[in-house]
Design a protein around this ligand. Structure first.
Ligand SMILES: C[S@@+](CC[C@H](N)C(=O)[O-])C[C@H]1O[C@@H](n2cnc3c(N)ncnc32)[C@H](O)[C@@H]1O
Length: 199
């Protein structure tokens, strides 16, 4: 799928993500993992800023997204939070940062969308300070065989309409990257992945 049609798909979804601020089914899991973000934080594919409520006030946040509509909503939402923010309208798969730029790198619901998620994770390894943290909350292939079968069957349709893969095994992808997994949890039938990793 070409970049422009993928961006259009996410632009159209921005309103849905703004509504999730009130009804965020993964709220307690986001809180559990993202309250650990500290220092200079990079949040890739930040969407409308659903993780803002969980950040401590002393962080300095850099948020990237290639969807203008998502980023605009995140910028508006950021006005209600005390931490410093910088927003970048850019593509996570091609953006460049210097090595060791961040103390924490955060991603939620983004590894499903990239053409090459391992390449993105390998960049996290470079961009994050050696003693820093990589915090991931992702959806992917369920541990439940029936659900997994449904996810695989519907993957082509979901990719076409939502721009997002349903059947990626996120743990396997992280293991294939240069990151080191410290802790992993699976919830909602193994469909929701929480991963604490190090560069
Ligand atoms: C499923 S939404 C998740 C948004 C947010 N992280 C959250 O947890 O609510 C995926 C987001 O990734 C963004 N995205 C996907 N691929 C991207 C890329 N290559 N570069 C920048 N943003 C990207 C989309 O625009 C969208 O905002």
């Amino acid at each position: 799928m070409n970049r422009q049609s993928l961006i259009k798909k996410f632009d159209k979804q921005a309103k849905k993500y703004i509504k999730r601020r009130q009804n965020n089914h993964a709220y307690k899991f986001r809180q559990r993992i993202f309250r650990e973000a500290e220092g200079k934080v990079l949040e890739v594919s930040i969407g409308t800023g659903l993780n803002f409520p969980f950040y401590n006030k002393n962080i300095e946040l850099t948020g990237i997204d290639f969807s203008h509509e998502m980023l605009k909503a995140a910028q508006n939402a950021a006005r209600n939070y005390p931490f410093k923010t910088t927003f970048m309208h850019d593509d996570v798969e091609s953006v460049e940062f210097s090595a060791n730029s961040f103390d924490t790198i955060v991603s939620s619901g983004s590894l499903c969308a990239y053409q090459n998620p391992i390449h993105v994770l390998n960049n996290f390894q470079k961009w994050c300070k050696p003693e820093g943290k990589i915090l991931l909350l992702e959806h992917g292939l369920s541990t439940n065989k029936m659900v997994g079968w449904i996810q695989k069957s519907f993957n082509p349709i979901m990719l076409k309409f939502a721009g997002c893969h349903q059947d990626r095994n996120i743990t396997d992808i992280v293991k294939k990257s240069n990151l080191k997994i410290i802790q992993e949890e699976r919830h909602f039938g193994g469909y929701l992945y929480l991963i604490w990793a190090k560069p």
